[in-house]
Design a protein around this ligand. Structure first.
Ligand code: AHM
Ligand code: MG
Length: 339
């Protein structure tokens, strides 16, 4: 029988053998995975549980919250606040940061998450997921015991110490990086544990598949139009090959496909909201996905700059996102500089 490696064993080995992650970080990832398991069961119940439909509230970005957005947010907070590994959390569904209450010990890490990504797909039984990113509380001065503030979260993505997502699809799959490549774990529902199913995931450098919401085409900037236009011309155009399009409208599912077989994903800036840099959020969507993609040999930019080098100015900052197969991302990025 092939040996089954659980998430716990994988993390213990990362800690013990590779010396890559300290015990608190290992605990943190395990707790996030446990919370994802609970969210997976709630998602799975669908209409049989009281989890579908809208909650009648809006989040800080003015988006209508679904019941599952709120449930997933609560599950992640409850699971993580008492373990002593975290100082504070931030989420797409909360206005400000959530500092671990005084009744619990404070840890060294900061956790950011989009508790339920792809909310528009919840009610139609299409894959959704949880995205998370972990930073060190005081990156520049780990020894200080200054109380944690929102400013501590404003670190560029290259300072992440762990990032990943859990996709609730036909299978529930956790995809993780702690800076040593990308590993994938599939939830074994009978055993109740995540089992390592792929290691060292690599994204092919070339692709014939793009993912973008084409209905926004008329609002895009010239470089993005040019790239998609050339793809659409297929064999007869300058690219000399036919392209295929996929758009799931859940970033987790689109990025998962890219990690499995390559492709390019774009949610670019558009003219409808000229003052917003994009739709997706830097801290808990673009940064964790950008790091995963880079760790798998792909690239992630906003058209002009590497996503992981962007210095955030706000917690809920938005960003234009272009990520996936390296050669395609480099091409779109070069179009932005007029090449
Ligand atoms: P959400 O976090 O509120 O679900 O929004 C983010 C989602 C992404 O998962 C996805 O790529 C995008 O929004 C889809 O947007 P659109 O509905 O414009 O296609
Ligand atoms: Mg999202």
């Amino acid at each position: 029988m092939t040996e089954r490696i659980s998430l716990t064993r994988y993390l213990v080995e990362q800690q013990r053998v590779h010396g890559r992650i300290p015990p608190q970080l290992r605990l943190l990832v395990e707790v996030v995975a446990r919370a994802c398991k609970r969210i997976s069961f709630a998602v799975n119940k669908g209409d049989l549980g009281d989890v579908m439909g809208t909650a009648g509230t809006e989040n800080v970005q003015g988006e209508v919250q679904k019941k599952l957005d709120i449930i997933a947010n609560e599950v992640l907070i409850e699971a993580n606040e008492w373990g002593g590994h975290l100082a504070a959390m931030a989420s797409e569904e909360m206005d400000g940061i959530y500092v671990v209450p005084n009744r619990f010990p404070q840890g060294e890490y900061l956790l950011m998450f989009d508790p339920l990504d792809g909310s528009s797909n919840i009610d139609v039984n299409v894959s959704i997921g949880t995205i998370f990113s972990v930073l060190h509380k005081h990156h520049d001065d780990p020894t200080t015991d200054e109380p944690v503030t929102e400013a501590d979260f404003l670190q560029p993505g290259h300072q992440q110490v762990a990032a990943g997502y859990c996709i609730y699809g036909p299978q529930t799959t956790l995809v993780l990086t702690v800076g040593d490549g990308v590993a994938m774990f599939t939830l074994d529902r009978e055993q109740g544990s995540f089992v390592l199913t792929r290691e060292n995931i690599r994204i092919p450098e070339d692709t014939k598949e793009f993912a973008i919401n084409m209905s926004n085409m008329r609002h895009w900037d010239a470089p993005v139009r040019r790239y998609i236009d050339e793809c659409l011309q297929g064999k007869e155009g300058p690219r000399g090959k036919d392209f295929n399009m996929r758009w799931i409208a859940s970033m987790v599912a689109d990025v998962h496909r890219i990690l499995m077989r390559g492709g390019i994903f774009m949610y670019p800036w558009d003219k409808r909201e000229p003052n917003k840099p994009g739709k997706l959020r830097l801290m808990y969507e673009a940064n964790p996905m950008g790091w995963l993609v880079e760790q798998a040999g792909g690239a992630a930019t906003n058209g002009r700059q590497r996503i992981l080098d962007i210095q955030p100015a706000q917690l809920h900052e938005r960003v234009s996102v272009i990520l996936g197969s390296k050669n395609e991302v480099d091409r779109v990025t070069s179009y932005h500089s007029g090449i």
